[in-house]
Design a protein around this ligand. Structure first.
Ligand SMILES: [Zn+2]
Length: 187
């Protein structure tokens, strides 16, 4: 048993298969949570057993999650991580963003600035009954976006997102940290 933290390198994909709490990126296996790492000798699966107690969102926390539903003017984010005081916790909950809390300006449709399956970083603004998020700060917004046509990752070029395969530009409310945050999110 060895204690590991999210994003820690565990081994190569030639040696192991990622199991619970682990993911593969470019032939390398990393931990997706904090906990005890173990290797199942029978099938070479590498598992990380999370030791964290479930955490509850509070105003000011940061959330990283995937857009799972757009029901204008409400966007549903399936959250995966919660960041508080610089610490990353696993956090799985259904959280919401209203179209008025995306750009800081009036937006008649959330889908003008956000698309299904985008990965976003957001700030919790209310926890009364439901968890409401905002993308208004410069560091909040889409951190990974995918081409609506071919589904490949979009690159940030100036203030827009560009698909080099389809040679087309898509608009999003992007985070200033677009493309810089890697946590092995499930999509
Ligand atoms: Zn494309």
């Amino acid at each position: 048993m060895k204690y590991v933290v999210p994003g820690q390198f565990l081994g190569t994909a030639e040696e192991y298969i990622p199991g619970e709490g682990a993911y593969e990126d470019n032939g390398r296996i990393f931990s997706s949570c904090a906990g005890d790492m173990s290797v199942d000798e029978k099938n070479y699966r590498i598992n990380v057993l999370s030791k964290e107690k479930p955490i509850h969102a509070e105003v000011g926390d940061e959330i990283i999650g995937v857009i799972s539903e757009i029901n204008e003017p409400i966007v549903v984010v399936m959250s995966e991580y919660l960041i508080r005081n610089g610490e990353i916790h696993e956090y799985h909950d259904r959280t919401l963003i209203h179209a008025s809390r995306i750009t800081g300006h009036f937006l008649d449709q959330a889908s003008r600035a956000i698309k299904m399956r985008d990965v976003v970083k957001a700030r919790v603004v209310s926890t009364r009954g439901k968890i409401d998020l905002s993308l208004e700060r410069p560091e909040d917004g889409v951190i990974y976006g995918f081409c609506s046509r071919c589904r490949k990752p979009l690159e940030k070029v100036n203030n827009a997102l560009y698909c080099k395969y389809c040679q087309r530009t898509e608009m999003r409310k992007t985070s200033s940290k677009y493309g810089e945050i890697s946590l092995g999110l499930k999509r």
